[in-house]
Design a protein around this ligand. Sequence first.
Ligand SMILES: [Zn+2]
Ligand SMILES: [Zn+2]
Length: 241
Amino acid sequence: MTTPCPHCGATTIAFTPSDADFGAVVRALANGSKTLAAGEYKWFAQCTDAEATAWVAHLLHCAHAWPQAEADEAVLAQVEAAFAGVGKPAHFTNRSHCDECRTHDDTLRARTRATLRRSDLGNAGWDPITFSSADGIGYFFPNLARFALLPDVWPDHSWYADQLLSHLAWDGADNRFLAWCTPVQRSAVHALLAHIAATRGDVAVHHACEDALQAALTVWQAPSGQPPQPGAHGAPPPTTA
Ligand SMILES: [Zn+2]
Ligand SMILES: [Zn+2]
């Protein structure tokens, strides 16, 4: 039996492996073999090669395909609530600036919160989010948070948290996305960072991005004596530089 993903619409076989079996699939991916991962899944699901390959492809594309630990879901729910009102901007980059900006704009405009893929987010040297407006980052932030909590399993891309941390730490207190966010959104971003530090600090050390994690935590720390105010905006602030 196949079923469409309620998020991206990809049709895959409706069999979810046990935690231990899922772990075996993820280990095969982390070791760099999609073929081995599909082989593991085929064994567990007793399905065809094509069904197993499609299931693994969906896992690599769609952050919603992953089972999340309860603590992960709690922080993702906080992020999703804080950014729920942010609409998709007509454009993400200043597309007339250069070919790269136009390409990144095309990539991001072609996606939604339901369909954004890990491969769309590139790598540190080719990262559309670097060129996106803060409106665009706000629109996709729930996706970025979800990808950041996934393990390092992509054959052609690095651990996503590494890229996200560099965006959140960039420019320190002058971070443009920090300036754009409401207090509620800032709290949600800080909660995500604190969650990464608490649950994935060793992974950050392994990927040599623990300094970026600490820097981002400092940047997004709520100012003392100013508790977050309720009410998230869905539009950019009136002052744009
Ligand atoms: Zn999906
Ligand atoms: Zn450009």
